[in-house]
Design a protein around this ligand. Structure first.
Ligand code: MG
Length: 279
């Protein structure tokens, strides 16, 4: 791909620009060489606008470090809502979501991206819970469908602690199952210190988000996502830990909130480049 180790990239939706083509142009203008594509509506993903999006990314010379899948009907309003609506937890939607994830793989192939990532939803700690069996089966089907296209599948972290997540990955037992590590989610969901979690998942981390946040202060509520470097992740310690585990793939900036996305992303890029380049 011709990028330096730990190239700093951006999650396309973090720019706060609804038109995907304009967002691609903005990413390039900001000096990025790598992006992660966000969950896309059907027109961008499989419909009329797909070819334009692929062409715009190729024309801009951007490397797509990951393709993120998301599904209709998901909501991140608060923890119980996430639990109910996100990922492969509901028997009524699991089959269509497995299919959709595998379809995102077609986009990844067109974009020469190695991995599709997603949230599969809260994995129950009780392995006798029917939701656990459903997620296990769904994840295997997605892994197998993506393997046929030569792709990896990356689980986003943070909705459970790292050790149960690692056990789940080992139970799925598919060599193309990896982790998209998000340090802020560990905090936003009130789960675990990110650097500790990274140590536990180190063998499975293929791609990472660089996002910051503050711990929840109210039961059932998520913590607060904030600009990179202003939260409780400890970004210098996070980048140092990534170096220690030998991570060389893209550092993808993610910014979900706020009303000054572009300045926040610019500031995050400068911070990460400085931390990356210092001894
Ligand atoms: Mg993330």
């Amino acid at each position: 791909m011709g990028l330096k180790p730990m190239e700093v990239g951006v999650f396309l939706s973090s720019l706060g620009i609804g038109d995907r083509i304009q967002a691609v142009a903005k990413a390039k203008e900001l000096g990025f060489l790598a992006i992660q594509t966000p969950p896309l509506s059907a027109d961008w993903r499989t419909g009329a606008k797909k070819a334009d999006l692929v062409q715009a990314i190729k024309d801009a010379g951007l490397y797509v470090s990951a393709v993120c899948a998301g599904f209709e009907g998901e909501s991140y309003a608060d923890i119980p809502t996430v639990q109910r609506t996100v990922g492969y937890v509901d028997a009524a939607t699991v089959d269509e979501r497995v299919q959709a994830t595998i379809e995102y793989g077609d986009l990844a192939v067109e974009l020469d991206s190695p991995v599709v990532t997603t949230h599969i939803g809260f994995v129950p700690e009780d392995q006798d819970d029917p939701v656990y069996a459903r997620q296990l089966d769904a994840t295997r089907r997605v892994c197998d469908g993506l393997a046929e296209k030569g792709l990896l599948f990356g689980l986003e972290t943070g909705q459970e602690e790292a050790l149960p997540q690692r056990r789940f990955i080992e139970a799925v037992a598919r060599p193309n199952l990896k982790v998209n590590f998000d340090p802020a989610n560990m905090i936003l969901y009130g789960k675990q210190k990110p650097v500790e979690a990274l140590e536990i998942l180190r063998d499975y981390v293929f791609h990472v988000h660089c996002k910051d946040g503050r711990w929840p202060t109210e039961e059932g509520k998520l913590g607060t996502e904030v600009p990179l470097g202003e939260g409780e992740v400890d970004i210098p310690a996070y980048v140092a830990k990534l170096k220690e585990i030998g991570y060389t793939n893209v550092l993808t900036i993610e910014r979900e909130g706020g009303s000054s996305r572009i300045p926040d992303v610019r500031q995050a890029k400068a911070l990460l480049e400085r931390l990356r380049d210092q001894g």
